[in-house]
Design a protein around this ligand. Sequence first.
Ligand code: TYD
Ligand code: MG
Length: 448
Amino acid sequence: MCRNCGNESPKWIGKCYSCGEWNTFVEETVITGKPKAGAARDGIMPSNKKPVPVSHVSVDELPRIDTGINEFNRVLGGGLVPGALVLLGGEPGIGKSTLVLQMALQLKEQTILYISGEESPQQIKLRADRLSDVLGEHCLIAGETSVERILTHVENIKPSLLIIDSVQTMACENLESAPGSISQIRESAATIMRVAKEKNLPVLLIGHITKDGTLAGPKILEHIVDVVLQFEGDRHYMYRILRSAKNRFGSTSEIGIFEMRSSGLREVSNPSEMLLAHHDEPMSGIAISAAVEGIRPFLIEVQALVSTAAYGIPQRSSTGFDLRRLNMLLAVLEKRAGFKLAAKDVFLNIAGGLRVVDPAIDLSVVAAVLSSNTDLAIRKDVCLAGEVGLSGEIRPVTRIEQRIAEAEKLGFKSIVIPKYDRGINFGNFKIKSVQAGKLEEAFKYLFT
Ligand code: TYD
Ligand code: MG
């Protein structure tokens, strides 16, 4: 079975013909049990459940459990839904266990069962002491890796929330394969899901994502669970972003931002203030972008450094921004705006160690590069939003009014926006909006 995509083959093969990955095939034992008693013979089975018209399905407003962490609630779509299976994925060391434990300690009204297959209860206690001064009488910890025994605990304790850290360490005893193998993960998750749905028990599963794929990636779980969350960030920086990749109970466009501190994760409810470095004087090579991640606008600083290439081939390096996109933007600058960047090294950095995918930061990337190249600083009270097209045009971006509002809220005096963004009610804003259709127009405003 392929560890990457779950494809099956009757013999070992080096390259998976389904997903194209190399060396991902592992042997899995297939259980061929007898069909259960009462199973249908001809594929037909009597059912006592009648299909009902969709208009007759009763919808009680789903009661949600407030996690006590606003950013977490927001990503979940308003809190944990009873009976929901939530998968929290992320690279090792990013802070998944910390986030979950912090939440568990705050939920004092609930009984929480925290199963850890990775750390001993002592280690968890040490971390809990570091995170909060809550006694944690309501949070029960067990070091357990057997799914059957976990279910016994669930039966005895009747928790209102079950946390499993991590799903890769869990195993069903009736399966012979090792913990972390595809069949174990799938079987464990399915067993836990059955119980969760039966008892209306919300379950938080933690899953690792490893690049080399030594443990099966939680990809196969994504179909089973109701919510898939990803915790990401650069381990060397303090910011962490919680995204949702799938949510059966809410939108996937929300994100949560946290900061990792020595006393645990802190919610960042106003990201702009954190991500803007404060300089007293304007400096060249810095442009402020009005970006949107998920549906939340925030301002972020883009820094560029352009210097004469020391060796023959100029270097291009970028942190937090797609390098190919940077190369494209440099080519646009070269061709459309006549700036000779071919013999220059270009370094680009998005402040705070965040990875931003919003195309609206293109304009500030271009402006920062140009500012560094000409050594002309951009005024501190200007920010930018716009996607740059191949012919040097500035293209409309989403949620422009929210960006303008955010810039105004943070005290900016003007914002450069795409010309062809229609339907903006400028009467709502005091900030000056400069509409630019081409790069030249934006540069004219910024540098003269
Ligand atoms: P952890 O939650 O163990 O990561 P994961 O479960 O995703 O593997 O967090 C690991 C890192 O977080 C660790 O390198 C130390 C850091 N950390 C802090 O900076 N402050 C804290 O209060 C805690 C508990 C951890
Ligand atoms: Mg952990």
